[in-house]
Design a binder for this molecule. Sequence first.
Ligand SMILES: Nc1ncnc2c1ncn2[C@@H]1O[C@H](COP(=O)(O)OP(=O)(O)O)[C@@H](O)[C@H]1O
Ligand SMILES: [Mg+2]
Length: 176
Amino acid sequence: MTPVITTRGLAKDYDGGVHALRDVDVEIADGEFVAVTGPSGCGKSTLLNLLGGLDRPTRGEIELAGRRVDGYSEAHWALVRRSEIGFVFQFFNLIANLSVADNVELPGLLAGLSSREAKARRIELLESLGIAEHVVAQLAWQGIELGPDRALRAEPAPASDVPWWQRTAVSRAGAR
Ligand SMILES: Nc1ncnc2c1ncn2[C@@H]1O[C@H](COP(=O)(O)OP(=O)(O)O)[C@@H](O)[C@H]1O
Ligand SMILES: [Mg+2]
């Protein structure tokens, strides 16, 4: 079976003569679980950035499921990442002024789901992670009684029934 990831002679030089990666040949099979380990500065992040198209190699080839992708443009990589690559960043890279629910929903909207589909999907995702209840519990603790659906929409309740500081708390609770 075609590997999901193949690299051949992958190399990355940074300005200043740093050879972060030299001639990396990797093959990762579908369903395989791989950990890249090594001391700080050995090139782990550089490798992952190249495999996800977040940075470009100096030399070498990358194939994803048999497709050559190392020459892809930024826009082309964005499409690949949107549908085929998931990143869990060391720093969460959440959008700070969006609630957690809106952060979860955003990729669905960018991928072209309708607003209704994206909302359904985020509820599904948050529930599958057990976060839906957490968000509702946080709100209940603050004296705001909402069903999961309304809570996860995370739209500020009308100003008449929720003071501004509670609304702020709601989005902060959501952003964790
Ligand atoms: N943007 C950059 N510019 C110059 N050198 C970099 C850059 N990013 C990483 N490096 C250097 O490349 C090497 C590998 O770094 P990195 O991939 O971050 O390693 P790791 O993730 O294993 O700690 C290190 O020597 C680091 O200092
Ligand atoms: Mg790193």
